[in-house]
Design a protein. Structure first.
Length: 240
């Protein structure tokens, strides 16, 4: 099986970091490749960034369909373009937020999310509600560090994450923690060991969800909602 990891932003180093995390957990017979559009924002931090990233994301999925890719992982915690991507793809499309939330609900009764900037909190809260996890999510916290800051100052990012996880354990009574950014995936194991609480990285669990769905023969339903987009003419015609 061939799973393609798509980083919707244009920062190639973040794509490489997410791919490294994915390769650590994939089955030996699974092929995982990773791409990112070059025309997207350098990071996704808000609704406008998401909107600008989606066309490139869908273009990469269409390219993958022509190359025989079996499933896709969208490596951005806002799950941008997830439903549109499922219309375009035949195989499963997994958003790392949805995968992480479902995992947290299977291994704990209450969890908190730790993300990058405060402006992302409401977006993640809406996603958690959409995924039916309101009763289980106790808080969405932010370390107040930009997405690209995770690469620029990894030591500071790790310390801020450690501090916020400890606060979530104490104040939220969180039994599991979700890392709310794909750029945090390389820190997951160390944070788990340091804090003694299950720390969930959406990139790695999304890869395993994709493997499970493909291994059991499931693909995206093309009945109604996720049916392929109808072909339409583009542009407009002006009558003389």
């Amino acid at each position: 099986m061939h799973i393609r990891l798509i980083n919707p932003n244009s920062t190639a180093s973040m794509t490489a970091q997410a791919l490294e995390s994915a390769l650590r957990v994939k089955h030996e017979n699974t092929q995982v490749s990773a791409v990112n559009p070059i025309s997207a924002p350098a990071s996704i931090e808000g609704e406008a960034d998401e909107a600008m990233a989606v066309p490139g994301l869908l273009a990469e999925i269409r390219k993958g369909e022509s190359q025989g890719v079996d499933a896709y992982v969208i490596a951005c915690f806002d799950d941008p373009g997830l439903h549109a991507a499922r219309e375009v793809a035949q195989g499963p499309v997994i958003g790392i937020c949805q995968a992480a939330v479902q995992t947290a609900m299977m291994i704990s009764r209450r969890f908190s999310v730790v993300t990058t900037l405060p402006r992302s909190v409401s977006i993640i809260e809406d996603l958690i509600s959409e995924y039916g996890a309101d009763r289980h999510c106790r808080n969405v916290r932010a370390i107040n560090l930009p997405v690209l800051g995770l690469e620029e100052n990894p030591a500071e990012a790790e310390q801020r994450l450690l501090g916020e996880i400890e606060v979530a354990k104490r104040e939220d009574r969180a039994e599991a923690i979700i890392l709310g950014c794909a750029g945090m995936s390389s820190l997951c194991d160390r944070l788990r060991v340091a804090t003694g609480v299950p720390v969930i990285d959406g990139v790695t669990v999304a890869i395993k969800f994709a493997e499970a769905l493909l291994g059991t023969g499931y693909s995206t339903s093309k009945v109604n909602t996720y049916g392929y987009p109808r072909e339409k003419a583009s542009g407009c015609r002006i009558r003389a």
